[in-house]
Ligand binder design. Structure first.
Ligand code: SF4
Length: 171
């Protein structure tokens, strides 16, 4: 019997899969999205903050504009974790590229995972989380989306089509 064709791999923020990895031990599972995509793609989950070793529960973190540069800071203890997150993100993004992922669904507004929706303290505008920014830097044509943008069936199908096209063009 011929082997079943492999499904495109798509990265996802772990909390959107229902994993209890948020700072308060919660998750943001997306049942409709998961039901619709489960037979058509293979998920590859990452939680940057847990994989960096920040633990659950953990202090919240935020991106701040400091003297013209972005810094990732813990909220209360004021630890600067910019360099450690950037270093982890470089390695994780390279590993995901080597796995031939064909898309990524990011959690909106997260200072690690958000894409264009993240509050920049002192910046007066929204920006992109440090892990998402590094993945986009390494894979600039990768289809990426935040879960908020997949609220309708037509939006989900349009993203799936982008993923399939990317998988075909890179496979
Ligand atoms: S948004 Fe990203 S860093 Fe935050 S809990 Fe979800 S996967 Fe982890």
């Amino acid at each position: 019997m011929p082997a079943a064709p492999s499904l495109p791999r798509v990265g996802i923020s772990s909390c959107l899969l229902g994993e209890p990895v948020r700072h308060d031990g919660g998750h943001r599972k997306q049942p409709t999205l998961l039901d619709e995509f489960s037979s058509q793609i293979e998920w590859v989950a990452s939680c940057p903050e847990v994989e960096l070793g920040l633990g659950v529960p953990r202090e919240t973190i935020q991106i701040e504009l400091q003297q013209g540069s972005l810094a990732l800071m813990t909220h209360d203890s004021r630890r600067d974790i910019t360099d450690s997150m950037r270093s982890w993100a470089q390695q994780r993004a390279a590993a995901l590229a080597a796995m031939n992922i064909s898309g990524y669904v990011f959690k909106a507004r997260s200072p690690s995972c958000g894409v264009g929706s993240v509050a920049i303290v002192g910046g007066g505008h929204d920006g992109t989380g440090l892990f998402a920014a590094e993945l986009i830097r390494q894979l600039p044509n990768l289809p990426v989306v935040e879960e908020d943008q997949l609220a309708t069936h037509s939006a989900r199908q349009a993203f799936l089509e982008q993923v399939r096209r990317y998988a075909t063009s890179t496979g």
